[in-house]
Design a protein around this ligand. Structure first.
Ligand code: HEM
Length: 363
């Protein structure tokens, strides 16, 4: 039957002829089908489908942030899409245990058939990383070569293009820099906030000094920690200090964007900041979700291949664990909690600023 002549058919709509014909087992090609290779192929394909969906969502979110002005209705949509990504990530992590029903011994029956292919060559995964904002300088080199050296030419071009374009991190940074709430007229919010934080840190320092359970060494250690916190906190007010932290690789967001993110966290009870706060939280969830997946994948690799090298030629599990730590993107958002103060100590916003942040429906 000509498919164009019949009512839409399930298998045609989903292109199942292509999709379900795409599991070609290498072991079968050499005439010794290994039962578990089917699982191995399907699990990888399922991952690639979900990566495709994540890219679809990220592209949409990035298109919104690329606009000069992001209005409230669009923020709601961004929140919904980012939340969807976090739900997909939960599946990505759970799927690892399905693959782990294959034992290391089963894997050895076909592992040599894969060499030198590796998940390391997943172009979609690299696209996700680059779109989120993993930078070339964050990358580990594999046998002296760039991560993209193992990709074929079209994949490499695609991945490198994404690397060159503004990432979600860049776009969110620009969006934070544009928030109108930092220019609070004559009110010196940051000076008041600074006083409040100092009082709080002084109080915490007092607790350390008076804690009878600490040894002298532990106390000295904790007090040193305070010095560091003070230094970081001074950078919140002093752009030059902030830029020094940026140069040292300890901060990534610009000074203004960092201040805006902090402001959103501090005043998230204000209606106008609900959605921006959700966005920042979801970006952290996504960052954490990929880190969790990477660690889970590293554990699985360890269980499957022990201390062997990977099919792609890396040091294997040790490489993967290091890569997990180097691939975080929104680290500054995690650092913000250092600078939060209790609501009771938070400077009150000037009435006109507070006013613009409340929604009111007039009859
Ligand atoms: C038996 C199961 C698996 C083992 C033993 C394994 C092992 C490894 C190893 C050792 C590497 C490092 C590169 C190399 O030397 O090859 C790697 C990289 C990678 N694998 Fe897997 N893997 C497995 C399954 C998967 C699955 C199901 C996915 C899902 C797409 C995946 C995605 C990746 C990705 C994206 C990388 C690059 C990570 C990075 O560079 O940070 N792997 N894998």
């Amino acid at each position: 039957v000509d498919p164009t002549q019949r009512p839409l058919y399930y298998a045609d709509y989903l292109k199942l002829d292509t999709l379900l014909d795409a599991q070609r087992l290498r072991s079968a090609q050499r005439g010794e089908t290994v039962h578990d290779e089917m699982l191995f192929v399907i699990v990888h394909q399922a991952y690639e489908l979900w990566f495709k969906q994540i890219l679809w969502e990220l592209d949409e979110v990035m298109a919104v942030f690329r606009r000069e002005r992001v209005d409230e209705a669009e923020m709601g949509r961004v929140v919904a899409l980012l939340h969807r990504v976090t739900e997909i990530q939960k599946l990505l992590i759970q799927q690892v245990s399905v693959l782990e029903t294959m034992t290391p011994l089963d894997f050895l029956d076909f592992r040599d058939d894969l060499v030198p292919a590796s998940g390391f060559q997943s172009a979609q995964f690299r696209l996700v990383e680059n779109k989120l904002g993993v930078r070339p300088t964050d990358r580990l080199r594999l046998a002296g070569a760039s991560y993209s050296a193992r990709l074929d030419a079209p994949d490499r071009a695609m991945v490198e293009q994404a690397e060159a374009e503004p990432s979600l991190h860049d776009l969110v940074e620009a969006w934070l820099e544009r928030t109108p709430f930092l220019d609070l007229g004559g009110f010196d919010f940051w000076a008041e906030y600074q006083g409040a934080v100092k009082a709080m840190l002084e109080h915490d320092r007092q607790l350390v000094e008076e804690n009878p359970n600490l040894t002298a060494a532990e106390r000295a250690e904790q007090l040193r920690g305070f010095e560091q916190t003070f230094a970081q906190y001074e950078a919140v007010f002093d752009r030059e200090k902030h830029e020094a932290l940026m140069a040292a690789g300890e901060r990534r967001l610009s000074h203004r964007a960092f201040q805006a993110a902090l402001f959103i966290n501090l005043y998230r009870d204000e209606p106008a900041l609900h959605e921006p706060y959700r966005v920042l939280t979801l970006l952290m969830d996504i960052d954490e979700g990929f880190t969790a997946w990477r660690h889970r994948h590293a554990q699985m690799a360890m269980r499957m291949i022990g201390r062997r090298v990977g099919t792609g030629g890396s040091a294997g599990a040790a490489y993967l664990t290091r890569s997990a730590e180097r691939s975080r993107v929104f680290t500054d958002l995690f650092n913000l909690a250092t600078f939060l103060i209790p609501r009771s100590a938070r400077p009150e916003l000037p009435p006109d600023v507070a006013q613009t942040m409340r929604f009111r429906f007039e009859e």
